[in-house]
Structures are given as structure tokens and as C-alpha cells.
Design a protein around this ligand. Sequence first.
Ligand code: SAH
Ligand code: SF4
Length: 384
Amino acid sequence: MRSKQLIDLLDLNKTKLAGLLQAWGEPAYRAAQIERWLYRELVTDFAAMTNLPRGLRARLQASARIGTPRAIAETASADGLTRKSLLQLDDGQTVEAVLMLYADAPNSPQLEEPRGVHRRTVCVSTQVGCPIGCPFCATGQAGFVRNLTPGEIIAQVLGFAREVRPAALTNVVLMGMGEPLWQFDVTWQAIESLTDSARFGMGARRITISTAGEVRGIERMAREPLPINLAISLHAADDELRDVLVPLNRKYPLRDVMRAARAYAERTRRRVTFEYALMDGVNDRAEDARALAQMLHGLLCHVNLIPLNPTAASPYKRSPRARVLAFERVLRQARIPTTVRVERGIEIAAGCGQLRQVTHKSPVTGRNSQIVSVQGMTRLPRSK
Ligand code: SAH
Ligand code: SF4
């Protein structure tokens, strides 16, 4: 077991990394060298940092580490385009991260990347569990354990970046387990490492934060110089229903959420995405669609309809296809750009928290059991 005292280098922002090296009496350019190894060369071992003097490598080895969560379960969709990993963190807690490949012509059921892939998106978690507690969400049902550190968020991206090499990841969505704006500073530090051109160097426009409507966080995002995409999980256009479906609504009711969304769109000129999970007989009537259209009128936005991915412990069911399409039609007629999330996406991005739910601890061995099946997914042979 590695000691907790070791500094995870991925947890250090630029100032802290520079400060550490300065305190060790190292020249300033060492920080850039180390950043290159961590975020570009994607190394997991100090021994690989061959342009650092041996003494510095030994010092790093003794007092620092490169956080690399271990995949303890993996699943893939039948077409091989979606892969979900259950990652174990240093303290034994687990989070999910998902890789989604978008291909023009998917043609391989194998692990190898199918031909024609043009987008590689990683969906990462920001917390173990979630404090918001939406009743239809597997993560919400599991309760809240703790926040991730910036390094633990970044490590999920780097892990998949290593796997798709020599190709590069094209997009990152903070849409896994947890509420990314609950701990704004942590999330933002991770975003800065991902966008910093001397670090991972991904364009801000390729990163999306999905929030249950943490208004203070949205307001802070609007003040930051990075044009990150904002997605807001609505699921209801009236407060009474949203109080139940997204309990954060009791703190920030729709009026506040919409005011923050409008301000974000105006300030950044970015189209705000609204996610709306369609639940049978709950929020999927034509009049719900009309109320939603009215609420979004005149706003630079896009609606992403997600047919609910039912979880074991919740009473909510997926809306029938015909009602999903009828809902979409009402929005489109009101000239609100709308898409229905493709089926495989349901099993993955929207289903975050579900792999963890089915990977329970054995009462006998205390170890995690093997996955038997996850809806729509097949088990992967462990790659490493
Ligand atoms: N906490 C943030 C981000 C993580 S959840 C948020 O709520 O936005 C990512 C998205 O998946 C949210 O839109 C969430 O409402 C949706 N989601 C969660 N469980 C789902 C399920 N069982 N079926 C469909 N969508 C779900
Ligand atoms: Fe948390 Fe998002 Fe799940 Fe709600 S939907 S419980 S905010 S992760």
C-alpha cells in the first residue's frame, strides 16, 4: 500500500508545482519538463522521466506519486464504441469513467478502435456518490461519500488518453458521478490542468460541465475566462416536480437556475444544453413539453432528451418511444433545437453510477464481485 503522505503530482496546480521544485532548489524549467512527462507523455513512473537528474527522480520517488486509479471492472457496449471503467482510488473508494467513441461507420465489435472514429469523449466523475440525491439516479441513490481531488479527476482523463494513444481524446464531459459545481475550486483546478497548453492542452470548447443547477457555481463559471460548455439537468419545468426529481431545486428554484443560464449564454455566447430525462407518466406529457418550451423561449440553448435508464432501486420507468418522439416534436415546433440521446448513450453517460451499483462487495471475501451483466453491455476481458 502506498503511503497517504505522498504528494500526488496531479493535485498540484502550476504555482504549487513550481513552489515544490523551488523549495527543493531545482531550476524553474524543471516544472515544465515534469508537466510534459505527466500530461503529454502520460508516464506513470518517475523512472521514465529521463531528462531529470537522477537525484531529482529519487526525491520524487520518495515523496511524490502520479495518481493512477486501478480499473477493477470494465464493460463495453456490444459495438465496442462505449467502454466503462470502475476505478479504485487510493482509499479503496470507486468511481466510474466512460470512454465514448463516435464513428461514421462502426464496424467492429472488438476492443480495437473501429474504423472511422472521429470523436473520442471521456466522461469523468467528480465525487464518490453525490450529495444531491436525485431519486432516479444510481449515484444519487448510493448517497454521498466524498469529493474527489483535482488529481483524481484528471487521472480519469489521463487513463483513457493512455489507452487511445496514439490517437488523442477530443472531448471531456464532467457528467459522471457527482455534482461538479459542488466543489467549484477543485473542479476548476482540474479544468485548468486539462486546458493549460503546457499541460493536457485540450480546448475549453471541447469540455462540458453538467450540473444539477448549482447556481453559485454557474455564476462563477460565467466570470471565468474559459469558454467551457454548460449543461444543466432540468428534468422538469415546474418547481413542484423538480423539487422531487432534483432536490437541489429546493435551494435554487427554476427561476434562479434560468436566470443563471441566461446570464451564462449572454456572457459567453455559448449555447447552454438542457438535459431532460424522460420518465414514464412523470414528466413526459405534451403539456410538460409546452411548459419547457415556454421556459426556454428566446434562450440560446439546446435540449438533450434522455429516455430514462431505469435503475434497480427506483420506481421511475423509461418513457415509451412514441412519447419521447412526441415530446421532441413539441419542442421542435417551438423552434427549440432538440435531440434525443442515442440508445447506447443511455447505457453510459446517463447511466453513470450503475456499474458501481452492480459491483457489490462480497460479504465473505470483502472483495468486489465480478460484473455479471449490465444492461446493454458485455463484459470486457481485462486488458491489463
Ligand atoms: N450531477 C450532474 C452530472 C452527473 S449526472 C448532473 O446531474 O447534471 C449526468 C446526467 O445524467 C444528468 O443529466 C442526470 O440527470 C442524468 N442521469 C442520471 N441518472 C440517470 C438515469 N438513470 N437515466 C437517465 N439519465 C440519468
Ligand atoms: Fe447527483 Fe447528478 Fe445523480 Fe442528481 S443526477 S444525484 S445531481 S449525479
